[in-house]
Design a binder for this molecule. Structure first.
Ligand code: ATP
Length: 355
C-alpha cells in the first residue's frame, strides 16, 4: 500500500485542457473522493493515476516511485468500474482469484485468499455461482474483492455505485467503506454525488473545470465552503448578493436586500461586492420585535412550500433573483402563500464568499 502524489499535472486533449496544474497528495490508507460535476476532470485524474493515459506535463508518484512512465500493468493498482466488468463465464470464486492465477500463485494459496475475501465481502455462500446469479450490489462487492485480491498499492473506483438504486447505494456506501477500512487500503473514489462523497470519505477534493476548488473533510467543506461553486455544489445553500460597507472587530458589516447584516470575517481582505452564504437549516422564522444583535434578519413573502416529512421547505421571496429556502419544522411553517415573514440567522452561521 502506498500514498499517491500528483505533481503539477496538466492534461491536454488536443487544444482542450482537461486538467490545469493539478497538485494533490493522497495519504497512505486514506479514502479520498474526487467530487464534481460531469466533465470536471475526475475520471481523467483517475486514469492518469492508473496509467491508462499520460500527463502532458508533471509527474505521478506511487509510494516513493515515480510511475509517470510506468505501464498500467506494472503500477499495482486495483480498479473498480460502474459496470463491474466481471467475467460472466467464470464462477465468482474464479473471478476473485483471477489476478492471483495470472501471477502463478499456488492453488492452495489462491483458495485461502479467495475464501478470506468472500468472508470480507460477506458472500461466503456464493463462491460457486456465476455473476448473473447474484444481485447488482453483490456483483459490485465481488468486483471490489477481485480488485484487491493481489493486494494493490492503491484502489481506484470510478462511480462504482452509479448503476444501483438509491437504497442499495446507501447500504453499499457503508459496505465499501467498511471493506476499505478493514483492508486499510489507499483509495481514490470518483463520484458526482456529494452525499456519497460525504458519507464515505476521509477527505473530499471538489473539482470544477479541471481545477481543484477545495480539499477538506466533509464537515470542513460543508461548514466552510471557500467559493460560491463549492457552497452551491455541496448541499443546499442560499447565496445572497451583498456589499461590504464596514467592519466591526471580527465581523464585516454588509448591506443585502435593503437590510444591514453582520458576517464573520473570512480569510483575507474583503470589500465591495460579495455573496453571503447561509444553509437552509440555519434559517429560522423570527418575530420582528426581537432585537438580537447576534441575529441577522431580512423580510419577505412566502412564495411556496414543500413538505418533506420531517421538515417543511419554505420558499421566501425577498426581492432577489431566487427565493430564499428555509427549512422549518412542519408545525411551525406558515401555510398561507403571500404572507409576510421575517427570516433570521445567527451571525456565526453565515459565510462571506468573494470567489
Ligand atoms: P463524468 O462525471 O461525466 O465522467 P469527469 O469529471 O470524470 O466527468 P472527465 O471524463 O475527466 O470528466 O473529462 C474531463 C474533460 O476532458 C471533459 O470535457 C471530457 O470531454 C474531456 N476528455 C476526456 N477524455 C478525452 C479524450 N480522450 N479526448 C478528448 N477530450 C477528452
Amino acid at each position: 500500500m502506498s500514498g499517491v502524489k500528483i505533481n503539477n499535472v496538466v492534461k491536454r486533449f488536443g487544444d482542450f485542457t482537461a486538467l490545469h496544474e493539478l497538485n494533490l497528495e493522497i495519504q497512505e490508507g486514506e479514502f479520498l473522493s474526487l467530487l464534481g460535476p460531469s466533465g470536471c476532470g475526475k475520471t481523467t485524474t483517475l486514469r492518469l493515476i492508473a496509467g491508462f493515459i499520460q500527463p502532458t506535463q508533471g509527474s505521478i508518484i506511487l509510494g516513493d516511485q515515480d510511475v509517470t512512465q510506468v505501464a498500467p500493468q506494472h503500477r499495482e493498482i486495483g480498479m473498480v468500474f460502474q459496470d463491474y466488468a466481471l467475467f460472466p463465464h467464470m464462477t465468482i470464486a474464479d473471478n476473485i482469484g483471477f489476478g492471483l492465477r495470472e501471477r502463478g500463485y499456488p492453488k492452495e494459496q489462491i483458495r485461502a485468499r479467495v475464501g478470506d475475501l468472500l468472508d470480507l465481502i460477506r458472500l461466503a455462500e456464493v463462491g460457486e455461482r456465476y455473476p448473473a446469479e447474484v444481485s447488482g450490489g453483490q456483483q459490485q462487492r465481488i468486483a471490489v474483492a477481485r480488485a484487491v485480491a493481489y493486494p494493490p498499492k492503491v484502489l481506484l473506483m470510478d462511480e462504482p455505485l452509479g448503476a444501483l438504486d438509491l437504497k442499495l447505494r446507501e447500504t453499499m456506501q457503508v459496505e465499501l467503506r467498511r471493506i476499505q477500512q478493514e483492508l486499510k487500503i489507499t483509495t481514490v473514489y470518483v463520484t458526482h454525488d456529494q452525499t456519497e462523497a460525504m458519507n464515505m470519505s476521509d477527505r473530499i477534493v471538489v473539482m470544477n473545470t479541471g481545477r481543484i476548488e477545495q480539499i477538506g473533510s466533509a464537515e470542513g467543506i460543508y461548514d466552510d465552503p471557500r467559493t460560491r461553486f463549492v457552497a452551491d455544489f455541496v448541499g443546499q445553500i442560499n447565496l445572497l448578493d451583498a456589499e461590504v460597507t464596514g467592519a466591526d472587530g471580527d465581523f464585516l458589516i454588509a448591506e443585502t436586500l435593503g437590510s444591514q447584516v453582520r458576517v464573520p470575517k473570512g480569510e483575507g481582505e474583503c470589500s465591495g461586492k460579495v455573496s453571503i452564504a447561509v444553509r437552509p437549516e440555519h434559517l429560522q422564522l423570527v418575530d420582528t420585535s426581537s432585537s438580537d444583535n447576534a441575529l441577522n434578519v431580512i423580510s419577505g413573502k412566502l412564495s411556496g412550500r414543500t413538505f418533506a416529512g420531517n421538515l417543511t421547505r419554505l420558499f421566501v421571496d425577498v426581492g432577489a433573483e431566487s427565493p430564499i429556502v428555509v427549512e422549518a419544522r412542519p408545525q411551525d411553517a406558515p401555510s398561507e402563500i403571500g404572507v409576510s415573514i421575517n427570516i433570521g440567522w445567527k451571525v456565526e452561521n453565515s459565510r462571506v464568499l468573494t470567489e
